[in-house]
Design a protein around this ligand. Structure first.
Ligand code: ASP
Length: 438
C-alpha cells in the first residue's frame, strides 16, 4: 500500500524546509508519491513564487525583458539548489520558460512553472523520478477537469514507478497547452494522484496542526479537530474554513481514502484525519467545528395563503435559475418565506426584487442586508439532546439576536443567521459553550 504526500508552499519555501520534507518522506517507506507546491513564503511579508510568476508574466506581456524579469524567480530556485548542495542546474528550464513567456504561453503556463521547477528539484533531492503533471492530468475542451482520462492515464503511468514526484496545481488541455486549477490547487492534484493509485492514505502536509474547531483569528488558541468526516468538512469548508482546497475532498471521498492534514514543522503530531465514516464509539465533543461567513442578504416574502398556493416556490426558484442567482437557505413559515442570498449576488441583480414581485404578487416584501451565517457542525449532535438549546443559550447570554435558524435534516449541523456585527462574538460564545464546558 502506498501513501500520497502533498507538501504546501511553506513546507518547500527554502532549503531548510526541503530537509524537513525529505526527513518526513524517508521516515516512512510507504510515502512513495510526492506532490509539491511551488515555494511559498519564507517569512511574513515574503512573496510566493506563484505570485512572482504571475507578476513576471504580466511584466513580459507589458513589454519587459523576460530574462531580466525572471531573475528574482531563478534566484529563489538557485538558492534552494545551492543551499541543499545539489549539482543540478535549471538553466535550460529557465531559458525555455523565459522563451515561452516572450511567446505569450499564457498566465496558467506561467504560474504552473512554480510547481514544475520545484518538482524537479525535489525529485533530484529525494532521488525519485519526476513526472510532469501535463502527461497525466487533463482538462476537457470546456476547461473542466477530465477525471476519467486523468484517472486512467495517471494510474497507467504510475504503475510503472514505485515512487515519483508529480508537481501540483496544473495539467494539460486537449491541445497540450497548460491549465492550472484555482489557487491552492495542488491539494486537488494530491487527491487525484491518491485516487489514481488507490492510496491507503493521502497526507496533506502544511504549516498548521490541522483543522481548528473555530477560526484562530476569532477564538484564541482553539482546539484542533482529531477526526472529521467528509460530510462535516463539507459543511465547514463551504462556510469558509480554509486549510484545504475545497475541491480536494472529491476525488478521494468516493474512493474512501482518508486525508490526514499534517504539520511539516511538527511531524510527530497526528494532525486532523478526514474520514468517510465516523469512528465507532462516543465522540469526545458534540461539536466538531464552527465556521461562518458574512455578507448575506435576506429577501423576506409574505403572502396570504402562500401555504396553499401550488407552484409558489417553483416560480421563485425558476426566476433564480434564469437570473443565475444562488440561494444559501430558504427558511419558510406558513405564509412567509425568506431567501438568504450572498449580498454580492443580489447587488449584481438590482432588478431581482422587482422580478420576485412580478412572479409571486406578494403582500409584502422586505430586504435586509449585513447578515452573517454561522454553521455549527458535529456528527455528535444526532445522539445528543439539547444542542440547539445550548447554542441559543450561549447567544442569548451574549445578548445576540438570532435572525434565522436552519437545521439540516441530517442533524449534522445547525445554521444560524445573525447580524454581521455579532459575528466574532457569536463564534466565541458557541465555542466556549461546547469546548470549554464539556
Ligand atoms: N502554488 C499555487 C498557489 O499558490 C498552488 C498551490 O500552492 O496549491 O496557489
Amino acid at each position: 500500500m502506498a501513501k500520497v504526500v502533498k507538501f504546501g508552499g511553506s513546507s518547500l519555501a527554502d532549503a531548510n524546509q526541503f530537509r524537513k520534507v525529505a526527513d518526513i518522506i524517508r521516515s516512512d517507506k510507504e510515502r512513495r508519491y510526492v506532490v509539491p507546491s511551488a515555494p511559498g513564503k519564507r517569512f511574513s511579508g515574503d512573496t510566493k513564487v506563484t505570485d512572482m510568476l504571475y507578476k513576471c508574466y504580466d511584466e513580459v506581456c507589458g513589454g519587459a525583458n523576460a530574462v531580466a524579469s525572471f531573475l528574482p524567480i531563478a534566484d529563489r530556485y538557485n538558492g534552494i539548489i545551492s543551499d541543499l548542495g545539489l549539482t543540478i542546474s535549471l538553466d535550460r528550464e529557465f531559458e525555455e520558460i523565459t522563451d515561452n513567456f516572450t511567446k505569450r504561453a499564457g498566465r496558467d503556463y506561467a504560474a504552473s512553472r512554480g510547481e514544475y521547477l520545484n518538482g524537479i528539484i525535489l525529485a533530484n533531492y529525494l532521488g525519485f523520478p519526476f513526472i510532469d503533471a501535463a502527461k497525466g492530468i487533463f482538462f476537457k475542451a470546456n476547461g473542466e477537469f477530465d477525471a476519467d482520462l486523468t484517472d486512467a492515464t495517471l494510474a497507467a503511468i504510475l504503475e510503472g514507478y514505485g515512487r515519483a514526484v508529480i508537481p501540483g496545481f496544473y495539467g494539460a488541455n486537449p491541445d497540450g497547452s497548460i491549465r492550472t486549477f484555482s489557487r491552492g490547487g495542488s491539494d486537488f492534484t494530491g487527491s487525484v494522484v491518491a485516487k489514481a493509485i488507490g492510496a491507503e492514505l493521502y497526507e496533506n502536509w502544511t504549516d498548521v496542526p490541522g483543522f481548528a474547531v473555530a477560526d484562530p483569528r476569532i477564538v484564541k488558541d482553539p482546539k484542533f479537530i482529531d477526526v472529521i468526516t467528509y460530510r462535516e468538512l463539507r459543511e465547514l469548508s463551504y462556510m469558509g474554513a480554509g486549510v484545504l482546497h475545497q475541491d480536494a475532498i472529491f476525488p478521494v471521498r468516493n474512493a474512501r481514502i482518508p486525508i490526514n492534514i499534517r504539520n511539516t514543522n511538527d511531524p510527530s503530531a497526528k494532525g486532523t484525519m478526514i474520514v468517510h465514516d465516523a469512528p465507532k464509539g462516543k465522540n469526545e465533543h458534540i461539536i466538531t467545528g464552527i465556521a461562518g461567513k458574512k455578507n448575506f442578504s435576506a429577501v423576506a416574502i409574505e403572502k396570504d395563503e402562500m401555504n396553499g398556493e401550488i407552484g409558489f416556490l417553483r416560480r421563485i426558484l425558476t426566476l433564480m435559475d434564469v437570473e443565475k442567482i444562488n440561494f444559501e437557505h430558504i427558511p419558510t413559515g406558513i405564509d412567509t418565506m425568506t431567501l438568504i442570498i450572498d449580498s454580492d449576488d443580489l447587488k449584481a441583480h438590482p432588478n431581482f426584487v422587482e422580478r420576485v414581485k412580478e412572479v409571486s404578487c406578494p403582500n409584502h416584501i422586505e430586504v435586509e442586508h449585513d447578515l452573517a451565517l454561522i454553521a455549527v457542525v458535529g456528527r455528535g449532535m444526532k445522539a445528543t439532546k439539547g444542542t440547539a438549546t445550548r447554542i441559543f443559550a450561549a447567544l442569548s447570554h451574549a445578548n445576540i439576536n438570532i435572525k434565522m435558524i436552519d437545521q439540516g435534516s441530517s442533524e449534522l449541523n445547525i445554521i444560524i443567521g445573525i447580524n454581521e456585527d455579532d459575528f466574532d462574538e457569536a463564534i466565541r460564545v458557541i465555542y466556549n459553550m461546547f469546548m470549554l464546558q464539556e
